[in-house]
Design a protein around this ligand. Structure first.
Ligand code: SF4
Ligand code: SF4
Length: 80
């Protein structure tokens, strides 16, 4: 067993993107996101609190217009 990996729990980082041109403003994501990541700007949902996302993917599954893309950002993905 290697002891080189730190055991500290890291918060998983999320990328949450709303494709505005597909969003029809139904508010489902605003209502169902457990972390209030979204808010409405007029008739469009916008991401206002991406860092609160817990990667539950509810918004992606529930959006009837497939306008939301949620992805986990891995450490390896970050530009150095
Ligand atoms: S669930 Fe989809 S269509 Fe509805 S407001 Fe959110 S992003 Fe827009
Ligand atoms: S994945 Fe879950 S926590 Fe993250 S924005 Fe969507 S509904 Fe909210």
């Amino acid at each position: 067993m290697s002891e080189t990996e730190p055991k500290a729990k890291k918060k998983r980082k999320a990328s949450v993107v709303v494709n505005e041109s597909w969003c029809k403003g139904c508010r489902i994501c605003v209502e169902f996101c457990p972390k209030q990541v979204f808010e409405m700007h007029g008739l469009k949902a916008v991401v206002r609190n991406e860092s609160a996302c817990i990667l539950c993917y509810q918004c992606e599954m529930l959006c009837p217009d497939f306008a939301i893309a949620v992805n986990e950002i891995k450490d390896n993905d970050r530009a150095v």
